[in-house]
Design a protein around this ligand. Sequence first.
Ligand code: B12
Ligand code: SF4
Length: 521
Amino acid sequence: MAHTTLVCPRFDPSFWGLEHALPLFRKHATMPVGALPLLAALTPSQHQVSLVDENVEPIDFERLAKSDIVALTGMSVQRYRMVEILKELKRRGCFTVVGGAWVSVKEDYFGELADVIFVGEAEESWPRFLNDWEQGRYERRYEQAEKTDMSQVPPPRYDLLKMDRYLFGNIQLSRGCPFQCEFCDIIVTFGRRPRFKTAQQIITELELLHSQKIQLVFIVDDNLIGNRKFIKAILPEIAAWQKRHGFPFLFTAEASLDLAEDEETMRLMLDANILSVFIGVESPNEEALRETKKFQNISTKRSLLERIHKVQNAGLEVMCGMILGFDHDDPSIFEWQRRFLKESHVTEASVGMLFAVPKTPLYTRLAAEGRLDTRDRSEFGTNVIPLKMSREMLRDNYIRLMEDIYHPEAYFERLENFIARKGFRFTSTHFQYLREHLLTRILTRMKYWVQWALFFYQLMRRVADPPLRAEYRRRLVNVLKTRREPFLLFAYAFKCAAHYHHYLLARQMAEHESPVLSSIQ
Ligand code: B12
Ligand code: SF4
């Protein structure tokens, strides 16, 4: 029998980490990583398992050192901290294991600091390793021969995490994406054939999240609409569950832009109370989209902007990922992206510089062209050497663009334009439900009022910059006067807090108070 401790190291700040906003929400981290509670559930019952997420609690190395196996997960933005932790563990003579997004693409990164590494999924390989370890004949590297059969994945052990310290809960319905974007490591690790859980598994996980009193839930699928048949069958099940339980969850998901052509799926998403969707739009430059094989973003019928607006008009908030520095991007791309984002009415845009993740086709191509900076840390924030501009130009204009789009005026203009859409109503199905259930309506409205008031109080208390604080106050009072809808008030206050994070992230980069933080780093 082994005592295993699974560790999620601290994240470096990032766009989605919301580090600057977390104190406003009185939370420690955005969400738990999916791997920790899942690996715990995959651990055979004869072994003892504990979870430590450094994002919500400090690591007690003395205690950790008593484990037989210490296993770390981690993505790119955790890799420096992972090294620090592994060094400390090795100093104490611990047996170490590493898995997750970063080591899956950069297998030699941790060298001798990791006794065993896991590449890719681990539903089959993790229990196999534990069995090997018990018999004293484990291997140095584990990689499953077959991709995981998602219909056999057990429910995650949320009970081992301090769920009340996270802003979001998470659920995974499927893995894999059918597309072939050149820079994408997701399809390298998880493949292009979407695989999914059964309705029963998903309902069980919803019940578990519900028992943890979670309100916001991120559906972590790489592409929610990777398989239309599956998602069209599963969304009504989720909607029915939501209805039975009084719509306790507000969902966010990730999907590809071809969602815009699928009215039915958008309707089903709203019925399930999926309110916002993150879409990899990447670039208004069609030549760049072709270069990167993002063909699903090219349409002869509608422009990119029209497609984004179509999703917004359906009632979904769009968040988007944008990339600068494709081979077909010349210096005009910065102004082009700035204008595009303004017209898109997308408030939350994760803009980054093209980064070549090891093992991707982009990495192979750039390596062959001698256009890769192979250093681990670069002052340019990316390892790609651009074709039509200097590295300094790319970096400096990226930071300027971040500053511009997260200037309060630009951000709130996009937000106002989004919510001012004709006939637009967030949570339309939930709203309909509340009309029919008086008591739930009163309680839900009260909840949103209280949350709005709490956010307002936190913003006024914690935002140090007086003009920015005044801006938030003015905006929130204005929305209170003009739109009395409690959910909208709550959402608006949430947006102010998110703005605070993005604004500080951009400002700190511009003022050289932080390293250059791009999408993958
Ligand atoms: C959902 C998601 C998010 C969510 C939630 C993040 C979170 N905290 O969990 C949000 C939107 C917030 C997010 C943010 C970011 N993300 Co993200 N995210 C994902 C996504 C789509 C799914 C991750 C997930 O939940 N999977 C479900 C779990 C169950 O699967 P898993 O983690 O892969 O674990 C399995 C195996 O990998 C393995 N495994 C994992 N760890 C370990 C450890 C051991 C010991 C073992 C044995 C096995 C093992 O076993 C598990 C079971 O098979 C992935 C893409 C992907 N498919 O991996 C990107 C991904 C992980 N994110 C990525 C990045 C870069 C980020 C950001 C830095 C982006 C940014 N600039 O803001 C931020 C970081 C923010 C933060 N502080 O969390 C990159 C990482 C690149 C890399 N190769 O390292 C990925 C791969 C996407 C990409 N290519 O851009 N992300
Ligand atoms: S759509 Fe997204 S997940 Fe799918 S291949 Fe492209 S970047 Fe990867």
